[in-house]
Design a protein around this ligand. Structure first.
Ligand code: G3P
Length: 227
């Protein structure tokens, strides 16, 4: 499963990209607004930091303007994926932009039928929002299972299921168990994935015992410095 980070914070992205665990980035207008920075500057900087797709969302709502905005965004860098909302106009814009050879991420997906339409419109990614469905008492992960089942029925569909609106490590775990293609994860949740109380406890005990031996590893034989 690919890991995208769901943020427009360049410092966070730089830090996470250094781990080698990052396969792409998703932004949205709310995340860009949070930075207080120029949208184009932010997208260009992110595209230079990661090789994978970087989602940048259009602000227009009618098809002609969405396509024009999408083409402008796609010129920022080769790895821009244009994000359009799951509306009739968004689906038409998805078709046009995909035919240009631009990656399109269809966002704000809340039903399997919407995901079916996005695949037929040639989307590179469909973004079902699991957290927002959970928030209103629905089962976000059930939607992921339905979309994966439908897409798996048709060899002609190449749309990747990009699980969005992730709120906790459990969302990531369930998405991976279902075989989702991508999770876009807030930075705080990516860091939580590595945490376990028993890891911390075990490491403390190992370090305390090691200190009692009075030994050190560096400075013995091969220093590890091969230069
Ligand atoms: O990028 C879209 C998305 O992941 C939104 O998440 O937490 O605002 O529902 P959230």
């Amino acid at each position: 499963m690919k890991f995208f980070v769901d943020t427009a914070d360049v410092a966070e992205i730089r830090d996470l990209a250094a781990t080698g665990l990052l396969d792409g980035v998703t932004t949205n207008p709310s995340l860009v607004a949070k930075t207080g920075r120029d949208f184009f500057d932010v997208v260009a900087e992110i595209c230079a930091l990661v090789d994978g797709p970087v989602s940048a969302e259009v602000a227009a709502t009618d098809v002609e303007a969405m396509v024009a905005e999408g083409r402008t965004l796609a010129r920022i860098a080769d790895n821009v994926a244009v994000k359009v909302p799951l509306t009739w106009d968004g689906l038409k814009a998805c078709r046009s932009l995909s035919q240009d050879g631009t990656q399109v991420n269809v966002t704000l997906c809340f039903s399997a039928n919407q995901a079916l339409l996005a695949a037929k419109a040639g989307a590179s990614f469909i973004s079902p929002f699991v957290g927002r469905l959970d928030d209103i008492g629905h089962d976000g992960m059930q939607l992921i299972a339905e979309i994966l089942e439908i897409y798996g029925n048709y060899d002609s569909f190449h749309t990747e299921v990009l699980v969005a609106s992730i709120r906790s490590p459990m969302h990531v775990l369930h998405a991976a168990r279902l075989g989702a293609d991508v999770c876009t994860i807030p930075p705080v949740v990516i860091r939580q994935l590595a945490k376990h109380v028993l890891t911390d406890k075990g490491l403390d005990a190992f370090l305390a015992d090691w200190q009692k031996t009075g030994q050190s590893i560096l400075g013995r034989g091969d220093s590890g410095d091969k230069a």
